[in-house]
Design a protein around this ligand. Sequence first.
Ligand SMILES: Cc1ncc(COP(=O)(O)O)c(C=O)c1O
Length: 407
Amino acid sequence: MGEPNDISYGRQWIDEDDIAAVCRTLRGAWLTQGPAVEEFEKALCGVAGARYAVAVANGTAALHLAAIALGVGPGDTGIAPAITFTASANCLAYCGAKMRFADVDESSALIDVAKLAKQVKSLAAAGKTPKVIVPVDMCGQPADLPEIRKIADSVGARVLCDSAHSLGASYEADGAKHPAGCCLHSDAAILSFHPVKHITTGEGGAVLTNAPAIYARLRELRTHGIHKDAARFERTGEGPWYYEQAELGYNYRITDIQCALGISQLKKLGAFVARRRQIAARYDQTLSVKLLAEKLTPLRQLPGRESSYHLYVVRVRAGKGEGLDKVAELRKGLYEFLRQRKIFTQVHYIPVNWQPYYRKNHGSNFDECPSANAYYASCLSLPMYPAMTDDDQQRVIDSLTEWSRSR
Ligand SMILES: Cc1ncc(COP(=O)(O)O)c(C=O)c1O
């Protein structure tokens, strides 16, 4: 038997149809700002159930433009969960907002809505009413959006849902099932098409919204803040070349080459998500066996939410009398144990409030989100991607079993 192959925590799945789609675009007239961008946006609306989509260069650009379009400015207060990729908070900080971090429910890694309600109330009482709250559909499980919407509405805050992990997921509200990204309970939502996500365009992202005014603004902000709407021109009679820049925008455009890949990938989203769920079900089953269940526990899946499993997180369990330091040590041991067997896991995420930038510039500290700390000490993302073979997953399962026996 040869050397075992590397197994990473996530990776893309590109097939010949994807390659052919990109090549067709390369042979055509448009490399950027052509018909593929709008076609991709329409297809995204079809999947996510929002009225409008604006495809952009990456998920971070999507967050940034959405934050501007929702009116975030210097001196505003913003809220993002402690457990997320830093981009979910950075987008509000780019606009000059002071960031506050919401603690998460340790068992699901989603915003703890009871704590959020209290935090929002006390911020409002202190004259720091949040302008925008950014819930994150962590690992592919939608956040409690109906409840977060209510909390936001109680103080007139906007909701920008970070759905970078949850394309293809759904949640129930008022007796109906809604796709992640539908914006029924948010003013806007964003997606990312980074290679480890459900579908990829290399780099890429999109903002989703149901509001025509936000949509129009996003389209201009994506391309320098420039428009060609004669009805709004401050100057007349120049000529057909004329445009105006009404506000400060960016070049956050995505290319037709990327969108051709995105359109092709999106056709396979159903199959990708089904395979992710199959892999998750096998991990769940493995982790329910006594030997493993005593040492490891999967992330809690809440009723009424159907995750699309961007990540599959396990948490290392504390033994009797063991504290967080011991859990963190065991988690590090498991990471190394798997790495020696060429299984490359990851930790999602280090609490954002721990980051030096936020401690130095936004007044955050290490202890403000205790449940996020408990989650962080214990979490590990196991390999999860549709192209993972059953044999590769078996290798992961065998290694987890071996580690559980040795602990
Ligand atoms: C939760 C979350 N939000 C935002 C982003 C940013 O997306 P991108 O890498 O496309 O800029 C990521 C990327 O990993 C993410 O995981």
